[in-house]
Design a protein around this ligand. Structure first.
Ligand code: ADP
Ligand code: MG
Length: 352
């Protein structure tokens, strides 16, 4: 198992007019041995470029990439001991499943018996026993992605890199493969970096999330850190649905913050997630309630019944607010009802 360090890495591209594009702007993070780290962020924020620099397909404009404390920036991809799984599986159509998986081992001049043994073993791990002789075109998308994963794993790389590997699959398969990828990564014990723009994937898969925005790192933390303690408005919104309210911060104590929201004073059992001159209040849909004591007035616009909870979309002076309510449900809350909204101070967040 290896560790990985990204130190002050930048990548500047030139566009066709010779203008500079800062695809990756001075980022640093660490991946511990066996850890599963996700690079999460909107399209164009520099995730793929970062992954390609780790794999060696791109050279950083500046900065260092350390694999087990060795700077690999000058080392070509095939000598780096990394393997990559792509969104578009990248299987060879004229080879069967076994040959696809064996390809990298053949290139490395591994003896035939050893290749067969390793291919059979990896087919078992990815759940494709008995599929070895089939052409990739006869497999479903999920199965093809498993072959791509097997092909990356079979060379026993030290670092496994994924670039949005599930984007081409339908929802159900995506959920299933998400669980599979995690299981396999744990079973093999490999250090993994996973690129995605999908917050659910990042939340469910990661030991640690590196949240990126416009080439920079917005926040690094466990899924819970980022969901519960977002360091910025961007982080709060990107990791999950949230409602924002303007507040006055009256006092920042040792363990709680006193705020005023529309004339009502609250003690929030959280401190600001970072220092700032101004703060807003962030409430997840489960962090609001409909209550006569609430300071925010609104009118229910849409009610969405989802069985185990109801979502209320409510027009307020602060814009549309979304509240999630679990049973027991109150039947008088229908579209058009005038309501008062209150916050749940225990899970509200003070966001810079
Ligand atoms: P992501 O994977 O997060 O969607 P990318 O790393 O692919 O983002 O791209 C980051 C930025 O760098 C984008 O603005 C993209 O257009 C630009 N970019 C990526 N690769 C190149 C390249 N080879 N030449 C010029 N610009 C590039
Ligand atoms: Mg990308």
């Amino acid at each position: 198992q290896v560790s990985l360090k990204i130190e002050s890495v930048s990548k500047i591209f030139k566009d066709y007019k010779g203008r500079e594009i800062k695809a990756v702007d001075n980022i640093s993070f660490e991946v511990k041995p066996g850890e599963f780290v996700t690079l999460l962020g909107p399209s164009g924020c520099g995730k793929t470029t970062t992954l390609r620099m780790i794999a060696g397909f791109e050279k950083p404009t500046s900065g260092r990439i350390l694999i087990n404390d060795t700077n690999v920036v000058e080392i070509p991809p095939w000598k780096r001991d990394t393997a990559m799984v792509f969104q578009s599986y990248g299987l060879f159509p004229h080879m069967n499943v076994k040959e696809n998986i064996a390809y990298g081992l053949k290139m490395r001049k591994i003896p035939k018996e050893e290749i067969n043994k390793r291919v059979e073993n990896i087919l078992k791990i990815v759940g494709l026993e008995g599929f070895g002789d089939r052409p990739p075109s006869s497999l479903s998308g999920g199965q093809q992605q498993r072959v791509a994963l097997a092909r990356a794993l079979v060379v026993e790389p030290s670092v496994l890199l994924f670039d949005e590997p599930l984007s081409n699959l339908d929802v159900l398969l995506r959920e299933q493969m998400r669980v599979e990828i995690k299981r396999i990564q744990r079973e093999v014990g490999i250090t993994a970096i996973y690129v995605t723009h999908d917050r659910t994937e990042a939340l469910t898969l990661s030991d640690k999330i590196v949240l990126m925005n416009k080439g920079k790192i917005e926040q690094i933390g466990t899924p819970e850190d980022i969901y519960e303690r977002p360091a910025s408005k961007f982080a709060a919104e990107f990791i999950g649905k949230i409602n924002f309210f303007p507040i006055e911060v009256l006092e920042i104590g040792k363990e709680e913050t006193t705020i005023r929201l529309k004339g009502k004073t609250y003690k929030i059992s959280a401190l600001p997630t970072a220092k700032s001159e101004k703060y807003i209040l962030g409430c997840r849909p489960e962090g609001l309630k409909i209550s006569k004591e609430g300071p925010i007035s609104g009118k229910i616009k849409t009610v969405v019944y989802l069985g185990n909870f109801i979502e209320y979309y409510i027009d307020t002076e602060f814009g549309e607010v979304m509240i999630k309510i679990v049973p027991p449900f109150e039947s008088e809350l229908v579209e058009g009802s005038e309501v008062k909204i209150d916050i749940v101070p225990d899970i509200a967040k003070i966001i810079p």
